[in-house]
Design a protein. Structure first.
Length: 203
């Protein structure tokens, strides 16, 4: 998992509330066994018209937002089923940060474990950012995990809370496997002791 400290990047607005995980990554794409390749199917039903063509009105399809790494959305983002694929799809598409007034609890945990910083700001602050991202060409935000702030070049500044343990993992780039491997020497020593004890017992 890539460590996160400070990111300055293009922001894309998704002015919708209660975006659930089936909208983030529809269920028909959950058959893959890898964690990669889901970005192509992110918001699949919204990115296409009924005929299957790309919907030019949807923000992620607009050239002005190509390469965006920061997603701004309405409250209760990531609600619905607990599928971790939603976080995989966002990460695979290139998002490192999502900003919203609230996030669903399980999605919040899954996103953090996959290197995505979720910044909870007030509804008023998010509304301001959505408007700026919609009206200002090339609108960028700077998100500092170390300082727990979201800022822009026009004087906007807001702070967000994050669990200290989750912050540590994101700063160090540690997922669950990475956390375990930090104790590899102790685990190896335990296994050797366990194997030796088992051999003595067998004798």
């Amino acid at each position: 998992m890539q460590p996160f400290r400070t990111l300055t990047a293009l922001a894309v607005p998704l002015d919708r509330t209660n975006v659930d995980t089936d909208q983030i990554i529809p269920k028909q794409f959950l058959k893959r066994i890898e964690r990669t390749g889901y970005g192509d199917f992110l918001f699949f039903d919204w990115r296409r018209t009924a005929s299957g063509d790309q919907d030019a009105t949807f923000a992620l399809n607009q050239p002005r937002y190509q390469g965006a790494q920061i997603l701004i959305a309405g409250k209760n983002f990531g609600c619905g089923s607990s599928r971790e694929h939603a976080a995989w799809a966002l990460s695979d598409f290139g998002f490192r940060v999502a900003i919203a007034p609230t996030f669903a609890d399980i999605f919040f945990s899954n996103a953090g474990k996959n290197g995505i910083v979720l910044a909870r700001l007030s509804e008023e602050q998010v509304a301001e950012l959505l408007k700026k991202a919609e009206t200002i060409p090339g609108y960028q935000l700077t998100v500092s995990l170390e300082e727990q702030t979201v800022t822009d070049s026009q004087g906007f500044k807001a702070s967000f809370d994050i669990d200290p343990f989750r912050k540590f993992c994101l700063l160090e780039g540690l997922d669950d496997i990475g956390l375990t491997l930090r104790h590899a020497d102790a685990l190896d020593a335990y296994e050797k002791q366990h194997d030796h004890a088992g051999w003595l017992k067998a004798k």
